[in-house]
Design a protein around this ligand. Structure first.
Ligand code: CP
Ligand code: NVA
Length: 316
């Protein structure tokens, strides 16, 4: 595939649901090409995709992986970054719509990490010439899900018929993972304490994009959710913005810790996955995250390759 002129898709990437299954397939292929070509450095076919273009980064929450990989991705594609102050996203100095209408005159895309998904949607609607990329909201984390999908493809090849269990909070990461897995033909089991389940609307929409018989099932018993599955995925029990609930959540989520006993109930070749950052000893033991089953640093590396493919296909 020629990554210097990839076909375009939707204007914005706010959700995995913005992609058609064919878009996702093309993105997976372009990501593999980006990964293979990286050793070529400035000689890579994609090295000038963003030449002469700026991409703005606006992060209202902390980040290691997402910020670093977007910054490197933009530079490796020949573009330049513009770092915007986090306070702008509050929309108090001026309305979000006006921010988008300024930015579209200067930059080609905006990568935003914020609280309400609605904010990213407002910016995307107002900036008709601005590609808006969701770098995590309270509701969704689609860039993470692209790397997760790519990591599964690397390990399994054709993913159809596989099952992944997400153990923990039915949060932003669980939502985007469920959506992308369904699109790949991977069934999803989500095990959560009462009151922390994946929202019904997420389950319904994921079922609508499911391919090849993939299903979504919710569980209250983590042991039952992981029986025979091909991968176990978990995430922090208290997400960014929920710090005041952390002590309560530690108590409520304690039975949902991923430890060697839980891994033993999955398929013997099951992968362990985590978006990171991990709270070792809380949602996962060090024994599991450091075990041969763990692909967490592959996921982190693949953030770079999949976001390069995303930028090239959105903007290039
Ligand atoms: N997984 C992830 O998004 O990590 P950061 O919060 O460090 O960006
Ligand atoms: N659910 C976590 C993911 C961090 C990458 C959070 O939102 O904080």
């Amino acid at each position: 595939m020629d990554t210097s002129a990839p076909p375009r898709f939707a204007k914005d990437f706010l959700s995995i649901l913005d992609l058609s299954p064919d878009d996702l397939e093309r993105l997976m292929h372009a990501s593999a090409q980006m990964k293979a070509d990286r050793r070529l450095g400035r000689q890579a076919p994609s090295a000038s995709v963003l030449a002469g273009l700026h991409v703005a980064l606006l992060f209202e929450k902390p980040s290691l992986r997402t910020r670093s990989t977007f910054e490197i991705a933009i530079r490796e594609l020949g573009g330049d970054t513009l770092h915007l102050p986090a306070a702008l996203a509050e929309g108090t100095r001026e309305p979000l719509q006006d921010i988008a209408r300024n930015l579209e005159r200067w930059v080609r895309a905006l990568v935003i990490r914020t609280f309400a998904q609605e904010k990213a949607a407002t910016l995307a609607a107002a900036g008709r010439d601005l590609h808006v990329i969701n770098a995590l909201t309270d509701e969704e984390h689609p860039c993470q899900a692209l790397a997760d999908a790519f990591t599964m493809r690397e390990r399994w090849g054709d993913c159809r018929g596989r099952t992944i269990a997400f153990v923990g909070d039915g949060n932003n990461v669980a939502t985007s993972l469920t959506q992308v897995a369904c699109m790949l033909g991977v069934s999803v089991h989500v095990a959560s304490p009462a009151g922390y389940e994946l929202p019904d609307g997420v389950v319904d929409k994921a079922a609508r994009v499911a391919r090849d018989g993939a299903t979504v099932r919710l569980f209250s018993d983590p042991q039952r959710a992981v029986e025979g599955v091909d991968a176990i995925y978990t995430d922090v029990w208290a997400s960014m913005g929920e710090e005041s609930e952390a002590a309560d959540r530690r108590r409520i989520f304690a039975p949902f810790k991923v430890n060697a006993g839980l891994m033993a109930a999955a398929d013997p070749n099951a992968l362990f996955m985590h978006c990171l950052p991990a709270h070792r000893g809380e949602e996962v033991t060090s024994e599991v995250i450091d075990s041969p089953a763990s692909v967490v640093f592959d996921q982190a590396e693949n953030r770079l390759h999949t976001q390069k493919a995303l930028l090239a296909m959105l903007v290039g």
